[in-house]
Write a protein that binds this ligand. Structure first.
Ligand SMILES: CC(C)(COP(=O)(O)OP(=O)(O)OC[C@H]1O[C@@H](n2cnc3c(N)ncnc32)[C@H](O)[C@@H]1OP(=O)(O)O)[C@@H](O)C(=O)NCCC(=O)NCCS
Length: 159
C-alpha cells in the first residue's frame, strides 16, 4: 500500500441521471471518443466524488447474461495512488454480483503496466491476448511508460 492516504470523505455511487459523464476523465482510460459514446449509454457508470468533484470513474457494461465488463477505469491525476481505483473495482464487483453476473471482465493494453498490476492484485486473471488489437482499432499510436500499446490483455475475475 502506498503511504498516501485515502481521503475519508470519498464517496462511490452511480452517476446521477442529471450529471453529464466526466468525459475528460474517461478519455484518460479510453481515448477513442466515438467508441466511448457508443458503449457508455449501456453502462452502469460509478463515480468517486470528493467534495462535490468527480475524481474517479468506472463504467460497467453487460456482456451477455453471465459476464459484465469494466469498460473504463480512471482516477484524476491528483487523486491517484490513494486506493480509489481499487475501491471502484471493489464496488463494481459487488454491484455486478448483485445484478446476477458471475464473471467480471476487464481489458487493458500491453503498455498499461500499472493497471495490469492493479487488476491482478484485485483478483483478475489473464485469460486471453488479442494480438495487435490497438494497432488495428486506434488511429493514433498509444505510448505509455515508453512502450507502444499494441495488444489487448483480457482479464477475468470470478464473482
Ligand atoms: C490505473 C488507475 C485507474 C489507478 O487508479 P489509482 O486510484 O491510482 O489506483 P490505486 O491507488 O487504487 O492503486 C492500487 C494499486 O495499483 C498499483 N498502482 C496503480 N497505479 C500505480 C502507479 N502509478 N505506480 C505504481 N503502482 C500503481 C499499485 O499496486 C497500487 O497499490 P499500492 O498503492 O498499495 O501500491 C489510474 O492510475 C488512472 O486513472 N490511470 C489513467 C487511466 C488508465 O490507465 N486506466 C486504466 C485503463 S486499462
Amino acid at each position: 500500500m502506498s503511504d498516501l492516504k485515502l481521503p475519508t470523505d470519498i464517496r462511490i455511487k452511480p452517476l446521477p441521471d442529471s450529471v453529464p459523464p466526466p468525459m475528460e476523465l474517461i478519455s484518460m482510460a479510453d481515448p477513442n471518443e466515438q467508441q466511448v459514446l457508443d458503449y457508455l449509454p449501456h453502462c452502469l457508470v460509478l463515480v468517486a466524488s470528493h467534495q462535490e468533484s468527480i475524481v474517479g470513474v468506472l463504467a460497467l457494461s453487460p456482456e451477455g447474461k453471465e459476464k459484465a465488463e469494466i469498460k473504463v477505469l480512471a482516477v484524476a491525476p491528483g487523486y491517484r495512488r490513494k486506493g480509489i481505483g481499487r475501491l471502484l473495482l471493489q464496488e463494481a464487483g459487488i454491484r455486478a454480483k448483485r445484478l446476477g453476473f458471475t464473471e467480471l471482465q476487464v481489458c487493458t493494453g500491453n503498455s498499461s503496466i500499472r493497471p495490469f498490476q492493479l487488476y491482478q492484485q484485485a483478483g483478475f486473471d489473464l485469460t486471453d491476448i488479442r494480438w495487435n488489437y490497438f494497432t488495428m482499432h486506434y488511429p493514433d499510436p498509444i505510448i505509455e511508460e515508453g512502450i507502444v500499446c499494441r495488444h489487448q490483455l483480457v482479464l477475468i475475475k470470478t464473482l
